[in-house]
Structure formats: structure tokens, C-alpha cells
Design a protein around this ligand. Sequence first.
Ligand SMILES: [Zn+2]
Length: 275
Amino acid sequence: MSSSRAMKEKNIIKFTDSVWDYTPSETSSHISFIKLDKYLIMVDTGMDPSLTKKVREFAESETGLKVNYVIITHYHGDHTFGTKVFKDCDIISTRSTKKILEQKIEGDYKDKEIILPNITFDGQYEIKDEFKTVKIIETHGHTQGSAFVHVPEENVILTGDLLFSDMFPFAGDETVNPYLWVDAFQKMIDLNPNIVIPGHGHIGSVKNLQNGQKLISEMIEIVENLFKEGLTKDEVLKYENLPEFTKSANQRWLKMTIDAFYNVVEEKHNLLKEI
Ligand SMILES: [Zn+2]
């Protein structure tokens, strides 16, 4: 098929025996697929269903299998709006992700046709055949319910938006938990993957996970210190002496990050006070 061939030349890259990845541009969300002996598994579905449909067609013609499972790493639209082209598949997410999606389709995502997950889990879920395993591990962090995917036999991790590689992340979600996000990075680093496919940005390695963890830790430290000095959220948002690495960030995302992290730091402080 000519459209598949065009895609192949363009942006779909095979990284290991089982893992392919596609991203339409440097910063847009990744769509990946994993081939086991018997199963074809998509990881995240992108934002534009017509494009996702082409990736699906490519995946099926390339592997000779039909997509069985679709893993959703978290609820954000650029990972879930493409679910509409997988009505005939099992869609898997954490229970938290499904719960948030159920609320979103009554609100912000009202005009989108999102297919809700029919398989949900807490903690960890596995798809296995004779030779290989695909593990989905819930960590929270970037959002409540965020999870990453691990293919141990090939030492590949697909991070969802737990990693924005070589760029300042979107960390301003209302359900963000930066402390759990740092822990999520540690879990991924401890697995010592050879290949790390991020939610956004370049394909990387453990080094990218370490950089991502450092960035979130530093943002926590900045907000915690200013909070301890007694600054209000508005004052922190207007604070001008932020470290150099924040200068190159998307400034709207940076503000949203500070806003959301401040809420979490304040809540933690209030909880500790009550004890
Ligand atoms: Zn996201």
C-alpha cells in the first residue's frame, strides 16, 4: 500500500525485533506498536485518528497480525483521541486513567469520540506469550494513573508522558504528583533499559530518564524552598530568579508546572501539620 510505504520511509522506525515507533514531528506524541508471537499491541493512539488509522494499517501489513490490544499510558487527548480507530480491540489502562477519561468525556473531551478502556488494572498488568512479555506498570506522576510499558526480553521502555526527552515537560496537569513522578523515574532507571521511547521528544536511553528525573526534582526543590520562605503562589509565579534551565522552557508550561507543584507542596505541608 502506497500510504504505508510513504510512512515507512518517513517516520516509522523499527527499534528491536518487536518494537516499532512513530512520531509525526519532533514534539508530538509517539505512537508505538509491539509484536509478540501471537499478539499485536499498540501503545498510545495519538491525537489525530486519521493518522492513527494509517499507523494501524502499516502495523498490520508489516507484521501480518491484527491489533489485539491497545495500551493507553494516561488520559491526555494526544494519547487517547485516536482510540476511535480501535473499536474492535481490547483497550487497556489503569483504573484511574479510565475514571478520569469518564469524567473528561462529559466535559473537555465532549466533542471527541473516545473509546473507553474495557480492561483496567491497579498496579501492574501483563500480556504474555511463549517468548515475550509486555508489562504495564502504574506509577502516577505526570497524571494520576500514568503508567509505563516495559518489554523485558528486549529491554525497551515506553514511558508515555513520564518522559519528555530533551525538552521541558508538560507538568501542569491538575492531577500531577511530582514526588511520585521522581519515584516513577527511579523505577524506570532501575530497569536499566537499552532503549527509552518517550511520550514526546527524541528516543533515548537511561541518561534521558536521569535528566528527566533531575529536572522534576529541581522543580520540586525550587517550589518547596520558595514555599518555605513564605511566598504565596502568586508570588512564586512572579518570581524572577529561577535557575537558568527554566529559561528555555515553554513559559506557559513552566507557569502551569509551578502552579500545580505549589498546590501539591502546600497540600503536603498541611497534611504534615495535622499529624
Ligand atoms: Zn500527557
